[in-house]
Structure formats: C-alpha cells, structure tokens
Design a protein. Structure first.
Length: 160
C-alpha cells in the first residue's frame, strides 16, 4: 500500500496554528505505558488553560526498533504523534487527513518490515525475549498473523 504524503500536515504546523488561535491554551501529555519494546502516550489539548476538561485527546503507540529514529526516540515520536492526533481531533488537520505526516511516513516504512523480516529469517537462533515481544507486536500490527504465531512459539521455547 502506498500513501500520498502531500495532503498531510506536520504536527509542528498544527501546533503553530493552535497557539495562534488559543494563546491561553495548554497541551498536556501523559506516558500511559512504557516497556522495553513500546510506549503508549496520551495527549490532552485545552483551548484555555483554565478549562477543567480537554477540548480533545489523542493516543499514540510507538515500537522501539533496533535501527532508525525509534532506536533512540520512540518515546518522543509517540508524544509528537499523540499531540498531532489530539489536534486533529480538534479539527487542526486538513479535511479528511487525520493522521499526521509523520504517522503516514512511519506507516509506509513499516509495510516493508525489513527488521522484522531479518529476525524471522533467523528465528531459530533468536533468544532475546524483549526483541521477540517487539517482533510479535509489529507482526500483529501489520496483520502478519502467521509470523506472529511463529514468533510466539519461539518465545515460548526460549522461556522453557
């Protein structure tokens, strides 16, 4: 599947427009889950700093990878994506283009799954449980259920 990134707006641009419209607003983020292999982040956007309830929220899920930007910055990417989703929920996104440009770029590179494929090629030698958990999550998120099952079986064998 290919994605047209021309219609997507960076979170930085959404933030700029939000602060222009709501200089008294606030944005809060919360780390919902953190493991060795993934992060889940929630963002809340308030149009006024005194509002008791957020005008919009957004969540993001990031997987820690062995290479690329998520090898060192998965949490930061998750926070940015969560803010971008919350802003999109508040209509700070082009019509019909809810995901951020960053999310679409991430999704398009995930489709190839080269790191997952490398692990799968040498699955019998894999003994790193956190990496197997990561690979299982990526395989499931990509809809590669047969690969996810093979990874689960290998993790069970390693644990035994």
């Amino acid at each position: 599947m290919s994605f047209n990134l021309d219609n997507y707006e960076p979170v930085e641009d959404r933030l700029r427009r939000f602060w222009q419209d709501h200089p008294e607003g606030r944005i809060l983020t919360e780390l919902v889950e953190a493991t060795d292999v993934r992060f889940i982040v929630r963002a809340e956007v308030y149009t006024d700093r005194d509002d008791a309830r957020p005008a919009a929220t957004g969540y993001a899920f990031e997987v820690v990878t062995q290479r690329g930007v998520n090898a060192t910055s998965a949490l930061e990417n998750g926070e940015t994506s969560a803010v971008g989703r919350a802003l999109a929920n508040l209509n700070y996104a082009p019509k019909g283009a809810r995901p951020s440009r960053e999310e679409m770029e991430k999704a398009s590179t995930r489709n190839a799954g080269p790191e997952l494929d490398t692990l799968l090629a040498d699955l019998e030698a894999a003994t790193d449980i956190p990496r197997l958990r990561w690979a299982f999550g990526v395989a499931k998120s990509l809809g590669r259920d047969d690969d996810a099952e093979a990874i689960r079986q290998r993790a069970e064998a390693v644990k035994s």
